[in-house]
Design a protein around this ligand. Structure first.
Ligand code: ADP
Ligand code: MG
Length: 211
C-alpha cells in the first residue's frame, strides 16, 4: 500500500461524504443522550475540511492531516471539534514531511490519533466515547500487523464496530452524556459511531471497495 497526497485527499473526501450521508443518524443518536448536534457538527466541520484540502495535492501528507485537524478545531463548536481536531493534528505530526504513507505509517497515524483524543478528552476506554471505537481498532491493527494490510484493516473495522455497539451497555463518564448517568445506558454513543464510520470508510478506500 502507498497513499500519496492525492489519495489521502480522496480518502478524506470520502469520509466527508459518508459523514454527511449519516448526518441525520448521528444527530439522532446525539438527541438521545446529548444535544442533538453531532451529525451537524461533523458534517459542517468536514465540509470546511474539503474546501481547505482540495487543492493541497502538492503538500505532504503530514501537512494535509494537520490542516484537517486545525480546520475541525476552528469550525466545529461541539466537543467533537477539538477532539477529532487534536486527533488529526497528532496524526499529521506522526507522518510529518512524508509524501507517501505505507502500512506502518497508517498504523502510526491511527495510534497518534488515539493518543490525541485520549490526551485532549482525558478519556479512557469504557467511558462511552470515541475512544471505545478507536482503541480496539488500533489494538487490532497492531495485533494483525504481520498478517498484512487487508486482514489488519478488516479486523480493525470489526473491532471498532464491536466497541461502538458495546457503548450501549456502558454509562457515559465524559461529555454531555455523563450528566445522564445511568440514563445513558441503552444508547449508542454518537462519537464512537462517527469514529466507526470514518474507519470503515478508510478501509473501504484502501481496499478499493465502494463505500
Ligand atoms: P457536544 O457534546 O459538545 O455536543 P458533539 O455532540 O459533537 O459535541 O460530540 C459528542 C461526542 O463527543 C460524544 O458522543 C463522545 O463520543 C465525544 N466526547 C465527548 N466528551 C469526550 C471526551 N472527554 N473524550 C472523548 N470523547 C468525548
Ligand atoms: Mg452534541
Amino acid at each position: 500500500m502507498a497513499v500519496d497526497s492525492i489519495k489521502l485527499i480522496d480518502i478524506i473526501k470520502a469520509i466527508a461524504d459518508k459523514i454527511n450521508e449519516k448526518r441525520e443518524y448521528l444527530t439522532q443518536l446525539d438527541s438521545a443522550i446529548g444535544d442533538a448536534d453531532h451529525g451537524i457538527n461533523m458534517s459542517k466541520g468536514f465540509k470546511a475540511v474539503v474546501e481547505k484540502i482540495t487543492n493541497m495535492g502538492d503538500k505532504d501528507c503530514g501537512t494535509i492531516l494537520k490542516t484537517v485537524g486545525m480546520t475541525l478545531v476552528s469550525t466545529v463548536g461541539g466537543a467533537s471539534g477539538p477532539l477529532y481536531g487534536t486527533a488529526f493534528m497528532k496524526a499529521g505530526q506522526a507522518v510529518a514531511g512524508k509524501v507517501n504513507l505505507d502500512f506502518n505509517d497508517l498504523i502510526s497515524v491511527c495510534e497518534a490519533a488515539l493518543e490525541g483524543i485520549k490526551y485532549r478528552g482525558k478519556a479512557e476506554k469504557g467511558e462511552k466515547t470515541i475512544v471505545d471505537a478507536l482503541e480496539p481498532a488500533v489494538e487490532a491493527l497492531r495485533k494483525h500487523r504481520s498478517e498484512g494490510l487487508k486482514t489488519a484493516l478488516q479486523e480493525a473495522v470489526k473491532a471498532a464496530k464491536k466497541g461502538m455497539e458495546y457503548t450501549k451497555n456502558i454509562i457515559a463518564k465524559k461529555g454531555r452524556a455523563s450528566y445522564l448517568g445511568e440514563r445513558s445506558l441503552g444508547h449508542q454513543d454518537p462519537g464512537a459511531t462517527s469514529c466507526y464510520i470514518m474507519l470503515e470508510t478508510l478501509a473501504d478506500q484502501l481496499l478499493d471497495k465502494k463505500s
